[in-house]
Design a protein around this ligand. Sequence first.
Ligand code: SF4
Ligand code: SF4
Length: 135
Amino acid sequence: MIKLIAIVQCDITLERCPGFFCDRAFVNKTGGFEKIDYDKNTRKLNISCGGCCGKAIHRKLALLAQKAKKFDNIEKDEILVKLASCITKDNYHGSKCPNLDYITRLINGLGMKLSLDTHVSKKAEERRASGVYEK
Ligand code: SF4
Ligand code: SF4
């Protein structure tokens, strides 16, 4: 069971987006949350990637894992890092993150659980399928 979910959002997208749909997908267990093992006691926080090139996410998540263990006895493997759909997919806000592979390597290097996607918009899925957005 996941005890803490850390949603990582694109710093550029957050200049406009309040993250409402990420939160909604978490609460309703839809989109990228559908198959995740969590319940109403699971905590959730949102953090930005820290800006391009995404390097800051390494130290942010390392500190998160340290504090979660020290203060609430949450083990690293009880934390799930969720990359928001604005990082993982071409969408209304722009193309997917050009540093996605790099960010993925950083998180894997920390030994943390990683999962892609948060809110998955039906319209954006249609646009990706029809070629308006990249897949
Ligand atoms: S996935 Fe959507 S709701 Fe979540 S931060 Fe990105 S643009 Fe905002
Ligand atoms: S590194 Fe990727 S996710 Fe972060 S601000 Fe740049 S484009 Fe957005």
